[in-house]
Design a protein around this ligand. Sequence first.
Ligand SMILES: [Fe+2]
Ligand SMILES: [Fe+2]
Length: 211
Amino acid sequence: MNPVAERITPSITTMIRMDHSQVLAVFHRYKPDVLPAKKRALITNACLSIEIHAQLEEEIFYPALREVLTGDEVLEKSEPEHEQMRTLIGELRGLMGRDGPTDEAACDEKFFALMRLVMHHVADEETRLLPAAERLLRDQLGRLGIEMTKRRLELMKPHAAEFAESTVRSFPAGAAAGAALLTAGAVAVGAMLFARNTKRTSENRMSRWRH
Ligand SMILES: [Fe+2]
Ligand SMILES: [Fe+2]
């Protein structure tokens, strides 16, 4: 593993909390009286973040937790709740025109329903699943964090421009520029770090062949 990537990658539970905070920050900016174009940006940003986060949890976090935690009702209802989120996200996208929602009242109602679901789900994860992982998977949290970062880079890559643009439109100038740069930067730096790692691994393989 690339030692630089290993040092700067947060543990999986820290990363999950950071994702939750980012989505909640987007939710807090959504109000019925914001301009339609801003609603579109906030919804785009939140939906993309939730989809990527849910997929990362399903591929990496929940399977690791299932190995050490059985019969937990919160863990068992996590994926069905992600499915409910995906359904609402699909419906929200169906209500979205180029310049904003085609039916603002319906869109508000749907987005507030998504907010309620996500906030309840996040509270369950932060009070039950993350503390359980920190107790039961203590020596794996770093490795799982690296695995999640690598997978996030793959999932984010096709959406990096859309995510950066919707972040710029969602937040005040300073914060948005920082967040957008962070997103673009994270994808670029992450790709570079892990690419260097891949290169080194193949170089090692080559040198083993030569000796
Ligand atoms: Fe989740
Ligand atoms: Fe989560």
